[in-house]
Design a binder for this molecule. Structure first.
Ligand SMILES: Cc1cc2nc3c(=O)[nH]c(=O)nc-3n(C[C@H](O)[C@H](O)[C@H](O)COP(=O)(O)OP(=O)(O)OC[C@H]3O[C@@H](n4cnc5c(N)ncnc54)[C@H](O)[C@@H]3O)c2cc1C
Length: 472
């Protein structure tokens, strides 16, 4: 088997392997999306960064490795995707184990957050990916020896010297070439073509995969007609069902300077250079909690991510509340046949008041945690956001709509299943097209209740097995 890997962005720079320095939104290495203005967010439009670099977003993300609750995957199977229950996919999650480690650096705030949560009655978990999914603890990270271990370094680098692999960067795929109903290859922006003896695997992420399908004439026929593209296969689900997680800041002044302050960088750089240890191995959010604020909801609905510093205020810490339900899915749509035009992204955030109510429960819980002895001792100073005076449900709802931001967990836009809106089947093959698979966050039939990188790696591992087994 020979593989040609095409990446629109550049190669992975070595500096990206230093964790604290790397999960920055560095311009040439990211796509600069914005959402449409969101009614649920008081007319705001959110920035939507994703990686434009070898390794994709796993090369610029915050490295948290959290699979999400087992029940998320059992639901995937209940949607008709046999072979995708947690019991089935666990073996593929485990293949990433060698790239996952405990955080090496634990800031005083991260530890105090864990202790404070336990003082409010939460259970401690040693491993969010183990049998006790709910509780408070430290997040595992995709790191090896203090370096980022994303898709580029963990999976691609060891294979780079193989004679059957060619990696081409700055190679933007314009569209998939179809011969009848078979994917024959791809056409690049510069007009070059590449033909596949086997199959074409589309892994452009939850925003670009649906766009690329649409530019190839695969998608909702009425929309394709509107933008002047001849429909080859009418697949109404392409670009539908966009899901994401929102988060809201709960900010407190801190009695301690952040260990990530630039002042400490010279010492940190020496410590990192000699031993690959210290704050430079950190992602700023070392601890957190997974909680159910609504007993009747089938899964945890709030994730706390405790940041020991915040871009929103100097000397502040953030007990960030991530709301896991996204009740009304959004859409991604190509706007023309221009492959360089970014698609229109409308996540339809907070259309359902139930999602706002979930965020409010999370904020109230964060306030309770902040009052617990360990965080008082840390010490936490005054609440900066939402601010003590923002306390009624109506005030907090206004705060949530005014400040919620994307957790960058876009998923679901080429969802797997058998219903009329499904785009791929359980073997990840695009319905109605031969020799074309989608392998990325877009195939998720529902977003797992947690971060999305671990599930994407699992999907890729399972896809590798499906491809190897010749299941076309
Ligand atoms: C700032 C940030 C922090 C995050 N932190 C975490 C975290 O801590 N933990 C976690 O689990 N998740 C995190 N995530 C989310 C997670 O990283 C992503 O969900 C996941 O990496 C998505 O993988 P993917 O393969 O679907 O898409 P991507 O990783 O986005 O890969 C798509 C690739 O395709 C390329 N591409 C797109 N279009 C074309 C084209 N036409 N031709 C050629 N190439 C193309 C892109 O350049 C990109 O390299 C974070 C995301 C962001 C943005």
């Amino acid at each position: 088997m020979r593989v040609l890997l095409l990446e629109a962005g550049r190669d992975y720079p070595l500096t990206f392997s230093v964790p604290l320095a790397s999960f920055r939104f560095t311009p040439p290495y990211q796509w600069r999306y914005r959402t449409t203005t969101q009614t649920g967010l008081r007319g705001r439009s959110l920035a939507f960064p994703t990686g434009k670099v070898v390794g994709g977003t796993s090369s610029i993300n915050a490295m948290i490795y959290y699979r999400g609750p087992a029940a998320s995957y059992d639901r995937w199977e209940q949607f008709g995707n046999t072979g995708w229950s947690y019991r089935d996919v666990l073996q593929y999650f485990r293949k990433s184990d060698e790239f996952v480690s405990r955080p090496q650096h634990i800031a005083a705030f991260s530890q105090s957050f864990v202790d404070a949560c336990m003082e409010t009655g939460m259970r401690r978990t040693d491993d969010f990916n183990g049998p006790q999914e709910e509780g408070v603890g430290f997040y595992a990270v995709l790191q090896r020896d203090g370096r980022r271990a994303g898709a580029a370094t963990s999976y691609l680098d060891p294979a780079r010297r193989r004679s059957n692999l060619q990696v081409r960067t700055s190679a933007l795929v314009r569209k998939i070439l179809l011969e009848g109903n078979r994917a024959a290859g791809v056409e690049l922006l510069n007009g070059e073509t590449a033909f596949a003896a086997g199959e074409v695997i589309l892994s452009a992420g939850a925003l670009h995969s649906p766009k690329t399908l649409m530019l190839s004439g695969i998608g909702p026929a009425d929309h394709l007609k509107r933008i002047g593209i001849a429909a080859r296969v009418d697949l109404p689900g392409v670009g539908e069902h966009l899901l994401d997680h929102l988060h809201v800041p709960v900010l407190y002044g801190s009695g301690q300077r952040s260990p990530g302050a630039h002042l400490y960088w010279p010492v940190a750089a020496i410590q990192y250079a000699i031993r690959r240890q210290g704050v430079l191995t950190s992602n700023c959010c070392e601890s957190g909690a997974i909680v159910s604020t609504r007993p009747d909801f089938p899964m945890p609905d709030v994730q706390f991510v405790a940041h020991f510093q915040s871009p929103l205020a100097p000397n502040a810490v953030d007990l960030e509340v991530c709301l896991l339900p996204h009740s009304v899915p959004g859409t991604v749509r190509a706007v023309s046949d221009d492959p360089t035009a970014l698609p229109e992204v409308d996540p339809k955030y907070l259309v359902d008041d139930a999602d706002v109510a979930c965020a409010i429960r999370g904020i109230r819980l964060a306030r309770e945690i902040a009052q617990a002895p360990s965080l008082r001792r840390f010490p936490l100073h005054a609440e900066i956001l939402p601010g003590k005076r923002t306390s009624s449900d109506a005030d907090l709802a206004g705060y949530v709509r005014a400040t919620a931001d994307s957790g960058h967990h876009h998923a679901g836009t080429c969802k797997m299943g058998n219903d009329p809106m499904a785009v791929v089947d359980r073997f990840l093959r695009v319905h109605g097209i031969e020799c074309l698979r989608v392998v990325d966050a877009s195939i998720m039939p529902d977003i797992p209740g947690g971060n999305t990188c671990a599930p994407v790696l699992m999907i890729a591992e399972k896809a590798a097995d499906l491809i190897r087994s010749g299941e076309r």
